[in-house]
Design a protein around this ligand. Sequence first.
Ligand SMILES: O=P(O)(O)O[C@@H]1C[C@H](O)[C@@H](CO)O1
Length: 288
Amino acid sequence: IYIHDEYQKTADWLMSQTKHRPQVAIICGSGLGMLADTLKCQDSFAYSDIPGFPQSTVQGHAGRLVFGELKGKTCVCMQGRFHMYEGHSLCKVVRVFKLLGVDTLIVTNAAGSLADGLQPGDIMVIKDHVNFPGMGGLNPLTGPNDDKFGPRFPAMSGCYDKGLRCVAMEVAKQLGVANIMQEGVYAMVGGPNFESIAEARLLHRLGVDAVGMSTAPEVVVATHCGLRVFGLSLITNKVVKSYEDSESVNHDGVLEVGRLRSHTVQQLVTELISRMEINNNTTTDNVA
Ligand SMILES: O=P(O)(O)O[C@@H]1C[C@H](O)[C@@H](CO)O1
């Protein structure tokens, strides 16, 4: 368990190393880290150099925190995320963003589709999530509640901001990619194994549109401390639901689709940030 002072130490160290004071934080999914390369006036830090920061161990996740400007907004971008299956608690990074003065969190991920209407290469704007590990007790908010960040029992209804979802759909039209974009429900499973066929069928019957191994914990922690959230999934594969199907998913295939679509994802996120209204009150309301 990290206490408030530990988060503060990491935030203070970062603020002593960079003049950027980010309003938007972006967490990049598997194969989608190149978004960070487009930030202007960059200051970047290897996770291994940041006091108190965890290390990311997954291929396709570079392990750098990049600060910079995008369309007139100051951003901090995680080029490489931490996953629960790597043994991380996932509270730390989001709370450090809060202490840096961030107002909005954007999360991207790679996910497998269960919905028949979602094909590899499609982009799903996350409308809501099912946090399977969280529902089972593996929740980043487990442990004593730190009231400085948020309440013991935070609501999760409406945690994916409706206004930002609407803007994202408009941006997709403007970029001519509305045909590959739709809203849906993301389910987080613990991983690191991909789903068995029976698990895939179960998720499908439950009405889940896409499945992955991240995002929900970050969104829970962000919502707890009052950040506005936008999330999108790049569909990298169809989840195998039939015993007749001889295909199987693998991480290299996931990264490959990430590479093919990273430019589009980057354009969408950039344009969304450009249109975003920021609450410039950087006094972190519920953080003393
Ligand atoms: O970090 P994300 O959620 O994009 O990564 C997905 C889920 C697994 O970590 C990995 C499987 O290929 O990609």
